[in-house]
Design a protein around this ligand. Structure first.
Ligand code: NAG
Ligand code: NAG
Ligand code: NAG
Ligand code: NAG
Ligand code: NAG
Ligand code: NAG
Ligand code: NAG
Length: 461
C-alpha cells in the first residue's frame, strides 16, 4: 500500500517512453513534476515496512535522524502534490517516535546528540506549518511537539564555554561534546524563528536573535564572507573551526533568517543582510559555475564520489529550506527557483539506476546515472522534485497559529527531560503510549559525522 498508485503509474509511463533516462521531466509541466516526485517517493517508501508501534521506523533511512528528514520530505511531498498515500504511515511514525515527554528525546540514547533531536523538532514544525493531518485528534498537536523540543533544548544552552551555544553532544562522555556545531545551533535558530512566526510569542523571537548573535560571535557564522563552518572547538573559545562546507549547514541559517525577516515585516536590515549574504555564498559555493551555475552539488564530497550516506541527504534538506525561504521572503524566489529547476532537470537525468531505471544517483550534474542509489539519494531527489511544484501551488503560505486548521492551541508546558519530569508536555489530554519505546540499536546516527569532524578539526588545529 505504501507509495500509492501515482508512483507506479509514473513508473509505467517512464518505462513506456523507453529511454535509458527513466525519470522524464518537463520542468514547466505540473503533472510531469508530480510524476517525477511520485516516482522518487515510491522508491523512498519501497523498503519502508515499519508499522509496528513499538519499534523504530525500520529499513528505510538507516539512521534515526534521517527518519526525521524522511518524514519531513514526505510531508512536503503531500503538501505540494496532494497525494496522501503515505500520510497515515508518516503520521503514525511521527507519533511513535515522540518519546515519553513528547519532545523526541529517546529514553535510552547511546549515540544520540542534539541535532538528531532537532531533526525531529523541525519535522514537527513542518507538520504544523503545512497543516499536516494528524493520526488522531487525541494526539498532541504538531506545534506542541515542536515547542517541547525547543524547551528541552534551550535548557541545555551551555553558558560554561564560549559565552553560550549548544554543544553538539549532550553527554560529556560522547564524542562531539567538545564541539559546538552549525547544524544544531542553526537548527535551534531555525526552529526558534519558525516558532516565533507561527505563535507570535516573543520568547522564540528573542531566542532566535540570541542564537544568531551568538553564532556570529564565533567562527561558525562569518558575517563578512557569509560562510558557515561545520563546527567549532569549545577549547579556544569557539574561534577555531572546521573549514568543511556542507549544504545542510546553510539551510537552517538561511531559513531562520528568512522567517525572522518575514516576522519583522521586512523591516529589520539585519535579517535581510544575513539572508541575502548567506544565499549568495550558497549559490556561489554549491551551484558550481562549471556545471552551469544552476545545479546543486555537495562540493566537498561529490567530485571524488566520497560522500558518506548521511551526506547524500544534505541536498534534499537544502532544497526544502530554500523552497520555504522563497515563500516567506518573496524577493528571494527569483534567485532560488531557477536553481531548484536546474537541479531537478539535472537530477532527473541521473535517475536511471536500479533494475527499473528509476533510482537516482547523487551527482545531479552528471547526465548519466553515477552508480549510487542509496535511500538518501532518493530522499534528496524526492525533496527536490516536490519543491519544484511550488510555482503551481496556490495558498502556499506556511500556517500560523491563527490560520492553522485542526491544530490545537499552543500548549507547551515546558516539558524537559532535564527537569527530571516524565510528564507529558503536550496537550494535557494526550497520554503518551507507554508501549512506545525506542530501541537503542538504530540510534547513534550522527556519531559517524561527529567522528569525521573531530578528525578534521584536529587536523587543522
Ligand atoms: C498499522 O497497523 C495498525 C494495526 O493493524 C493499523 O491500525 C494502522 O492503521 C496501520 N497503520 C498504517 C499506516 O498502515
Ligand atoms: C481536520 O479534521 C477533520 C475531522 O477530524 C478531518 O476530516 C480532516 O481531514 C482534518 N484536516 C486536516 C487538514 O487535518
Ligand atoms: C545563561 O546565562 C544567561 C545570562 O547570561 C541566563 O539568562 C541563562 O539562564 C543561562 N542559561 C542557562 C541554561 O544556564
Ligand atoms: C511562549 O513560549 C514559551 C516557551 O515555550 C512558554 O514558556 C511561554 O509560556 C509562552 N508564552 C505565552 C504567552 O504563550
Ligand atoms: C511573508 O510571508 C508571506 C507568506 O507567508 C508573504 O506573502 C510575504 O510577502 C512575506 N513578507 C515578506 C516581507 O517577504
Ligand atoms: C526499483 O527497484 C528498487 C530495487 O532496485 C526497488 O526498491 C524499488 O521499489 C523499485 N521502484 C519501482 C518504482 O518499481
Ligand atoms: C531496498 O533494500 C534493498 C535490499 O537491502 C536494497 O538493495 C535497495 O537498494 C533498497 N532500496 C532503496 C531505494 O534504498
Amino acid at each position: 500500500m505504501l507509495g500509492g498508485n501515482i508512483g507506479a503509474a509514473a513508473v509505467a509511463v517512464a518505462l513506456l517512453t523507453g529511454t535509458a533516462c527513466a525519470i522524464e521531466l518537463d520542468i514547466h509541466k505540473e503533472q510531469s513534476i508530480k510524476d517525477a516526485a511520485a516516482t522518487a517517493v515510491f522508491n523512498t517508501m519501497s523498503n519502508y515496512t515499519a508499522n509496528q508501534t513499538s519499534s523504530n521506523p525500520k529499513q528505510s533511512p538507516r539512521t534515526w535522524w534521517e527518519n526525521g528528514i524522511f518524514f519531513s520530505t514526505l510531508m512536503q511531498y503531500w503538501y505540494f502534490t496532494g497525494d496522501a498515500s503515505n500520510n497515515a504511515a508518516v503520521s503514525q511514525g511521527m507519533y511513535d517516535q515522540r518519546g515519553k515527554a513528547n519532545d523526541y528525546m529517546p529514553q535510552k540514547s547511546p549515540g544520540f546528540v542534539n541535532d538528531d533531536q532537532m531533526t525531529w523538532g523541525l519535522a514537527a514544525m513542518t507538520a504544523a506549518e503545512l497543516n499536516y493531518p494528524r493520526e488522531s485528534s487525541s494526539m498532541p498537536s504538531w506545534i506542541s511537539l515542536a515547542e517541547n523540543v525547543f524547551n528541552s533544548q534551550v535548557a541545555r544552552w551551555d553558558n560554561t564555554s564560549c559565552d553560550g551555544g549548544m554543544r553538539w553532544a549532550i553527554e560529556p562522555t560522547q564524542s562531539g561534546y567538545t564541539m559546538k556545531n552549525a547544524r544544531e545551533n542553526g537548527g535551534l535558530f531555525q526552529l526558534s524563528a519558525r516558532l516565533a512566526r507561527y505563535t507570535d510569542n516573543q520568547t522564540y523571537a528573542h531566542w532566535a536573535e540570541k542564537i544568531w548573535d551568538w553564532s556570529a560571535g564565533t567562527a561558525l557564522l562569518d558575517t563578512k564572507s557569509w560562510r558557515v563552518a561545520d563546527s567549532v572547538l569549545v577549547e579556544g573559545s569557539c574561534k577555531r573551526s572546521s573549514h568543511e562546507q556542507w549544504t545542510y549547514n546553510y539551510g537552517p541559517y538561511i531559513s531562520g533568517a528568512a522567517y525572522m525577516y518575514n516576522m519583522t515585516k521586512g523591516n529589520e536590515h539585519k535579517w535581510r543582510l544575513g539572508l541575502d549574504g548567506l544565499l549568495k555564498t550558497t549559490f556561489d559555493s554549491f551551484f558550481p559555475e562549471k556545471h552551469g551555475g544552476k545545479i546543486m552539488s555537495e562540493v566537498t564530497c561529490e567530485p571524488k564520489m566520497l560522500c558518506g550516506p548521511n551526506q547524500d541527504i544534505f541536498k534534499g534538506i537544502l532544497a526544502s529550506d530554500l523552497v520555504f525561504t522563497s515563500i516567506v521572503a518573496s524577493h528571494t524566489a527569483s534567485d532560488i527557483l531557477p536553481r531548484l529547476q536546474g537541479s531537478a532537470v539535472g537530477a532527473a537525468k541521473q535517475c536511471s539506476g536500479g533494475s527499473n531505471h528509476t533510482l537516482c544517483g547523487r551527482r545531479w550534474y552528471d547526465t548519466e546515472w553515477d552508480g549510487s542509489a542509496d535511500i538518501e539519494e532518493q530522499i534528496s531527489a524526492a525533496s527536490l522534485f516536490s519543491a519544484n511544484l511550488v510555482v503551481f501551488k496556490k495558498d502556499k503560505n506556511p500556517a500560523t497559529l491563527s490560520t492553522a486548521s485542526n491544530t490545537t492551541q499552543s500548549t507547551a508546558k515546558g516539558a524537559s527531560e532535564s527537569s527530571g519530569t516524565t510528564t507529558s508536555g503536550g496537550d494535557s489530554s494526550s497520554k503518551p503510549n507507554s508501549g512506545s519505546s525506542i530501541a537503542g540499536g538504530a540510534l547513534g546516527v550522527s556519531a559517524g559525522i561527529v567522528a569525521g569532524v573531530v578528525a578534521a578539526v584536529q587536523a587543522m588545529a
